[in-house]
Design a protein. Structure first.
Lengths: 611, 184
């Protein structure tokens, strides 16, 4: 469709149909663009114009949104768009070689569409399959456990233009890999149990139980959940139709994290119960799930689940037969932007805008989605809230530690025998986790993803809890044979790619840091670059608009403190070295002029302090 | 000892590499403040003195990016001799206007200009050893030597340059506030 274009009339008809299905609501712009792209393979300029006109939006606004998200394309892409997950855990499993293998097999260059428009191959940020990588996405569908044979077969399937639906089902298999169950993962409550328990308690009493439980957010920041709920409940809505919202953050983008995927796959009832309990408690009638695009394959089963709940009275106008208690849930898909995991960027994205974080305050609990009081909670947090509704706050507070009650799901990947999901009560030591997952000779663990912290062997006795090592759940384990410099470099490029571009410190700083790391990797590095990294770290920490920029240098800061020799052995000079090969930079001119005299070369050894 | 050190005149060198001398013109825009400056500063190599090689200096001001072999030699001479090296203006900091050639292939460029362009008969690419060879790309100066400070602007205003130098001479970490960094 892409190349010969599509006639204006048909384009109009197609797009106006999509816009109409979304009620002509400009707030649904992102969802409209996603669907338009599904139909057209990419978003041609003419399509953006039609959509802008139909929604009554400035065209620049529509293009601004379309240009923001990695998975929306303004130029033609291959009919098969292959994206290798580029997390460090995928690389450790050989994703780089597999990518080259596929490119060679298809006779294409990485990042470019083949001349016949059939296929393109590139990388994308972590797809959340670290326990069964290397992984890739083909036209948005996740493929796991890649091997050389599988890659060859995929090359054949693409060349033969076999529709994705006819590819071997085994390729798309995603396992839960649950390795240790505690109270959440061993629970077997029927759908609606938690909601009925909450309604029986009443909203005030439910809030009291939440307070007693001392549940803290599982997305990483660890904010106390009942304070969010109570603030939203007490806040008054705005405008003519004041209302409240419950938003589930299922934009699990932190590299190395995949626990929410498992909860969405096998514990969706508990999640929807948790959202309904939150809705009932704060007096919201609508819930929204923001599902990351990489997990779009879960959408059909989630929608089916919601429909089932509507039919059995667990969603809709009169929840569990209680008139006046209304709640329904809708699912929005993201489009490949890590920053949308930040709650206010997520709200912007839900409203159909670029995912740029808002200035806080006001916090979402007073002015969130569409300006109304909104509770934004992580998937795991809402599942825990459902358990609290059933078992009570005191029971929950009895688990874990004083300030970190309950259990925590850990996503374990990397150099371990049994990667997967481990549920422990808070307070478990890292050493215990490493023993259980079979991490033989780990030298480091990246906790809570690139924006978290890197711990070395002397710190393995530390414990997961907000009192000691806070975590959103990711544990990427690195064996003694891994190069921690390359780990940090992968993370530096991740942040440079995912910076939303709104604030200069982060947009420029993350690129400068990635440049420093490349310069060191290419053998042109010096002490100067290391000083530079520390300086940019300080600057990003104080000057960035949101947590992405503030955390962007954490992995470099941590590895520079714990694995400095991994950097130093690459340095060319302890003072300064040029960023490029000076002599090589004259090669083209030498060839054109035929000169080879002394002045046509830079051969001398650099002196201290200069090139 | 302290007062002696404080009263000693500071030695300052300036040069333009791949630049347009616009930053030097802007430097002259400090106008009558030049008289104040000359009380506290001796000029070493600079277009103002016509000294050809830089000696031991306190401060070196570099305008322009690095586009050829000679630029690198001059830049290294400055780095060797100056305690503090300052990149001044967009070209020194980012490559600026000359770096717009970076998306062209140098070989093809020379070929078209000297060999195959319209009206050229018996053309030849100049190859006299006196001529510095062009680099395949234009680079900001911090990619070739360590740089201590940066004065942004195209060009930075005379006021910005004055503020920067007086801060430096007085022992304050130079800091251009918002008005001096505000370009539109």
């Amino acid at each position: 469709m892409g190349e010969d274009g599509i006639e204006a009339e048909r384009l109009d008809e197609l797009l106006l149909g999509i816009v109409e299905r979304h009620g002509g609501d400009p707030g649904r712009l992102l969802q409209i663009l996603r669907e338009a792209q599904d139909a057209l393979t990419y978003l041609p300029a003419a399509a953006l114009t039609v959509i802008a006109r139909a929604l009554g939006l400035p065209r620049a606004r529509v293009e601004g949104v379309a240009g923001f998200y990695s998975f929306l394309h303004l130029a033609p892409v291959g009919r098969y768009r292959v994206l290798f997950s580029d997390n460090i855990t995928d690389r450790m499993l050989g994703s780089g070689e597999l990518l080259d293998r596929l490119c060679n097999r298809l006779w294409i260059e990485r990042g470019k569409v083949s001349e016949d428009g059939l296929v393109s191959v590139d990388t994308t940020s972590c797809t959340g399959m670290c326990d069964q990588g290397p992984a890739l996405l083909v036209n948005g569908r996740a493929l796991t456990r890649l091997s050389a044979e599988r890659i060859d077969r995929i090359g054949d399937l693409i060349r033969a233009q076999v529709p994705l639906a006819d590819w071997p089902g085994e390729y798309f298999r995603v396992d839960d890999n649950i390795r240790r169950r505690d109270v959440l993962l061993s629970s077997q409550w029927l759908a609606g149990e938690a909601l009925r328990a909450a309604i029986a308690r009443g909203a005030e009493a439910m809030l009291e139980e939440m307070k007693r439980s001392n549940l803290r957010g599982r997305g990483g920041a660890g904010f106390t959940t009942h304070i969010k709920w109570e603030s939203a409940r007490r806040a008054t809505g705005r405008g003519e139709r004041p209302t409240r919202y419950v938003v589930c953050n299922a934009d699990e983008g932190e590299p190395g994290t995949f626990k929410d995927r498992v909860l969405l796959t096998s514990y969706a009832d508990l999640l929807f119960d948790g959202m309904s309990v939150a809705g009932f408690t704060i007096g919201a009638s609508r819930g929204l799930v923001y599902l990351r695009a990489e997990y779009a394959y879960l959408l059909p089963s989630l929608l089916e689940n919601l429909e089932r709940r509507r039919q059995s009275g667990l969603l809709g106008e009169a929840l569990c037969g209680q008139s006046g208690v209304a709640f329904d849930i809708e699912i929005h898909l993201g489009a490949g932007a890590y920053v949308c995991g930040e709650e206010t960027a997520l709200l912007e994205s839900l409203e159909g805008k670029r995912g740029v974080p808002r200035i806080r305050p006001p916090f979402p609990v007073s002015e969130g989605y569409l300006g109304q009081p909104t509770v934004v909670n992580n998937v795991e947090t809402l599942c825990k809230a459902a358990l609290i509704a059933i078992e009570g706050g005191a029971w929950f507070a009895g688990l874990g530690t004083k300030q970190s009650t309950g259990t925590k799901l850990l996503s374990v990947s990397g150099d371990v025998e049994s990667p997967g999901i481990y549920e422990y009560p808070f307070g478990v030591s890292l050493a215990q986790v490493l023993r259980d997952c079979g991490a033989g000779n780990a030298q480091a663990v990246q906790v809570s993803g690139p924006s978290g912290s890197c711990l070395a062997t002397h710190e393995f006795s530390r414990r997961f809890a907000f009192e000691d090592v806070p975590t959103a759940g990711a544990c990427m384990v690195f064996g003694a044979h891994r190069d921690m410099f390359e780990v940090a470099r992968n993370f530096a490029h991740f942040f440079a790619h995912e910076s939303c571009g709104f604030c200069t410190p982060c947009r420029v700083g993350t690129s400068l840091v990635a440049g420093c790391m490349d310069k060191i990797a290419n053998g042109h590095g010096s002490q100067y670059e290391i000083n530079e990294i520390f300086q940019i770290h300080r600057l990003l920490h104080v000057a960035s608009h949101c947590g992405l920029g503030q955390a962007a240098c954490n992995p470099l800061f941590d590895t520079l403190h714990r694995f400095r020799p991994a950097y130093e052995r690459r340095l060319r000079s302890l003072d300064f070295a040029p960023a490029f090969d000076l002599d090589q930079a004259l090669a083209a001119a030498r060839q054109m002029t035929g000169r080879d005299d002394a002045a046509a070369h830079f051969n001398e050894r650099p002196l201290a302090g200069e090139a | 000892m302290g007062t002696v050190a404080a009263s000693r005149k500071v030695r300052l060198a300036t040069t333009s590499l791949a630049g347009c001398f616009g930053c030097h013109m802007s430097f002259l825009d400090i106008d009558e403040r030049l008289f104040d400056l000359i009380e506290r500063v001796d000029f070493d190599r600079s277009p103002l003195t016509d000294i050809k090689h830089c000696g031991a200096c306190d401060i070196g001001l570099i305008e322009g990016g690095v586009c050829n072999a000679e630029n690198i030699h001059v830049l290294r001479e400055f780095r060797r001799n100056c305690k503090v090296l300052i990149a001044i203006g967009a070209c020194a900091i980012n490559g600026g206007l000359p770096a717009q050639r970076n998306h062209l292939d140098l070989g093809q460029c020379l070929q078209e200009v000297y060999l195959t362009g319209p009206g050229i008969v018996h053309g030849q690419v100049p190859n006299d050893p006196e001529l510095p060879l062009p680099l395949d790309k234009v680079h900001p100066i911090h990619e070739v030597v360590r740089v201590d400070y940066f004065i942004p602007g195209c060009p930075p205003s005379g006021d910005a340059i004055w503020k920067f130098l007086t801060d430096l001479l007085a022992g304050r970490t130079p800091r251009l506030g918002h008005p001096l960094l505000h370009f539109d």
